[in-house]
Write a protein that binds this ligand. Structure first.
Ligand code: SF4
Length: 114
């Protein structure tokens, strides 16, 4: 073995890269990246929080007797909490971390977008 053994270089280089990546991820973009990475699975209507808020993936299926203030024009994609564009089929909602709500969905926390 000599002084220029590749083991030394290969042990330090990835570690340096890891430290750099951790610092990079700690930047302002990390929160957005993490939010997008977490929000992957579609929210099930049977999810306990979804049931509690009367969430339906199709706003026309909302129980009108239980939610008399609901209107068919109220959709996740025109709700103030919808994290996607109005044209997105699904997007994150802060009330359901880690899940995607349907653009044509609705829940009782619906709030008119600004
Ligand atoms: S808060 Fe708004 S975007 Fe979130 S599930 Fe309810 S209606 Fe949809």
């Amino acid at each position: 073995m000599n002084d220029r053994t590749p083991t030394t270089l290969s042990n330090s280089s990835p570690s340096t890269r890891r430290v750099f990546m951790l610092h990079a991820l700690a930047g302002a973009g990390a929160a957005v990246w993490a939010t997008q990475a977490e929000a992957q699975a579609a929210l099930a209507e049977t999810d306990a929080q979804a049931v509690a808020l009367g969430y339906k993936a199709d706003t026309t299926k909302v129980d009108k007797a239980k939610y008399p203030k609901h209107a068919a024009t109220q959709l996740c994609n025109n709700c103030a909490l919808y994290a996607g564009k109005p044209t997105d089929a699904a997007a994150a909602c802060p009330l359901f971390p880690g899940k995607l709500v349907a653009g044509k969905g609705w829940c009782s926390a619906w709030a008119k977008k600004g």
